[in-house]
Structures are given as structure tokens and as C-alpha cells.
Design a protein around this ligand. Structure first.
Ligand SMILES: Nc1ncnc2c1ncn2[C@@H]1O[C@H](COP(=O)(O)OP(=O)(O)OP(=O)(O)O)[C@@H](O)[C@H]1O
Ligand SMILES: [Mg+2]
Length: 259
């Protein structure tokens, strides 16, 4: 490798000892990209039944990837296993320890049908979303102008800026879902893992949201892995699709990759 391959922030990363950083780099379309997620030959069982068999996929920084498959195709199971919340029977899951700037990677995960905040939840929409701007070592500090800008952008992205003074308990299910998304945006993670985040959004809100995800990936080097059933709308926004399909020769209702 020579220096002529290096540019911008990648140069910073490559100047360090990569194995120390736990970083895996590979050549792609003439530039270097990081594998934020790498899953190899993953097999997962609930009790005695396999639901996923021999699944391999990866997600790099800078790309917007969707994960699709019929109801029950074990999409949620796959991302929970990817996050380390479920333990696979076989295979290996690697999440990069560092982001492209060589800093500790941060992940924003939104589970499917986020459990509703209870009705008495005292915060306002603005307070809840801005709480995403307090990293662990900064909770005692005041939010800066930039923090507030970020919160505003996040709320606008999900069409909830006008409702910022409302109490969480007064919101509908779909609105609660949207402010959960806004909070994840406010935390500004490197890797977004979203399980059917657009449920309950109308078509225009969905498109705005997809546009924002694509922008985050392409312009800010974020990686996005999103489960969705919304195949038609999403086509012009996503970079790549990972599809789980039913395995034909299995006695179980078991899924694997389509290709
Ligand atoms: N905790 C559990 N114990 C046993 N079986 C489970 C458990 N959770 C899910 N399953 C089963 O595993 C399969 C995959 O479920 P999963 O929720 O991952 O599917 P999905 O692709 O996310 O579906 P959907 O599109 O409906 O969200 C289903 O057959 C489901 O019934
Ligand atoms: Mg699911």
C-alpha cells in the first residue's frame, strides 16, 4: 500500500497501528471502508429449532443497507444476535470497536415497536430528545448551541418539532415511535440499527426519514442497517438489500440468505 491511496480521515486511521485499534480495512472501489458489522456463518436456535442457518453479511461505514424478509423470517432475531443480545449456536459476529475516525464506535439501536413510555412519563418531547446529547462523561455540563441545533434537526427529521413542548404521555403510539428515532439521531451514532422504524409513519414522513438516513450514510459516513417491509418506497434510497428467505430443504421454518 502506498500513501497515494490515503485521503482525509482515512489517512488518520491508517497512520495508526490498525490491529491495536481492532479495525479491519479493505479495498473497495478504489477507497478504504470499514466493516462496522461482520457476521459469518451464523446459525441461531430458539430452543431446539433453528430459525437462522448459515447467515453471513456485512455493513460498512457510509452505506445504507436494508434487511428484508417475510414476517417471521427472523430479521429481528438476526439483528439482536448481531448486537450480542442473543447468542448464536454457530458462527461469528464482529462489530468494529472503532469508527472511521479511530474513536470508540457508538451504536444507536431502535428495537421493533418500542415499548410505549408510560402515560405518566413527565418529560417533554424536547427534554427527552435532548437527553440524547448528554454522553456519559458530560451529563453535568450544559448543552451547547450545537447540541440544541442537533436536537432541532432530529425533531424536524421526524416531523415532531412543532410538538416539542408536549409531554411524552400525551403522544400517540406513532408519535412516541418518532421521538425515539429523534433521540437516536440526537445521540449522533456511527452505526444505526433500526428495526422497522417507519411503522406508523405516513408516506411523506417515511420518505423524509429515508432521505435523512441516506444523507447520514453518504455525507457523514454513518452506517445504517434497517429492517423494513416497505420495499417500493425504499428502493431509490437504500444502497443494498439483504434478504432472508425460507430454506426449502429444512424440516423447520428456517431462513437463510437469498444469494
Ligand atoms: N423468544 C422467542 N422464543 C421462541 N421463538 C421465538 C422467539 N422470538 C421469536 N421467535 C420465533 O422466531 C421466528 C423469527 O422471529 P423474528 O421476530 O426474528 O422474525 P421477524 O422476521 O422479525 O418477523 P416480523 O417481520 O414479524 O417482525 C418466528 O417464528 C418467531 O415465532
Ligand atoms: Mg421483527
Amino acid at each position: 500500500m502506498t500513501d497515494e491511496f490515503f485521503f482525509g480521515k482515512l489517512f488518520i486511521v491508517l497512520n495508526r497501528n490498525l490491529s491495536d485499534l481492532g479495525i479491519e480495512l479493505f479495498l473497495y472501489k478504489g477507497g478504504y471502508f470499514l466493516n462496522y458489522i461482520k457476521v459469518e456463518n451464523l446459525t441461531f436456535y430458539y430452543d431446539e429449532e433453528p430459525v437462522l442457518e448459515d447467515v453471513s453479511y456485512h455493513v460498512e461505514d457510509g452505506e445504507f443497507v436494508i434487511l428484508t424478509g417475510e414476517n417471521g423470517a427472523a430479521k429481528s432475531t438476526l439483528i439482536r444476535a448481531t448486537l450480542g443480545l442473543l447468542k448464536p449456536a454457530k458462527g461469528q459476529v464482529t462489530i468494529s470497536k472503532k469508527n472511521v475516525d479511530g474513536k470508540k464506535i457508538s451504536i444507536g439501536y431502535i428495537p421493533q415497536q418500542i415499548s410505549s413510555f408510560n402515560v405518566g412519563f413527565p418529560s417533554t418531547v424536547y427534554e427527552l430528545v435532548s437527553s440524547g446529547r448528554y454522553p456519559r462523561d458530560r451529563w453535568f455540563k450544559k448543552l451547547t448551541e450545537k447540541d440544541h441545533e442537533h436536537v432541532k434537526k432530529a425533531l424536524e427529521a421526524v416531523n415532531m418539532w412543532d410538538m416539542r413542548q408536549k409531554r411524552i404521555g400525551e403522544l400517540s403510539g406513532g408519535q412516541k415511535q418518532r421521538i425515539s428515532l429523534a433521540r437516536v439521531f440526537a445521540t449522533d451514532p456511527d452505526l444505526f440499527i433500526l428495526d422497522e422504524p417507519t411503522n406508523g409513519m405516513d408516506e411523506q414522513s417515511r420518505k423524509n426519514f429515508y432521505r435523512l438516513l441516506r444523507h447520514s450514510a453518504h455525507k457523514h459516513n454513518k452506517a445504517v442497517l434497517m429492517i423494513t417491509h416497505d420495499h417500493e418506497d425504499i428502493k431509490e434510497y437504500a444502497d443494498r438489500q439483504i434478504r432472508l428467505v425460507r430454506k426449502e430443504d429444512s424440516q423447520w421454518r428456517c431462513f437463510h440468505m437469498s444469494s
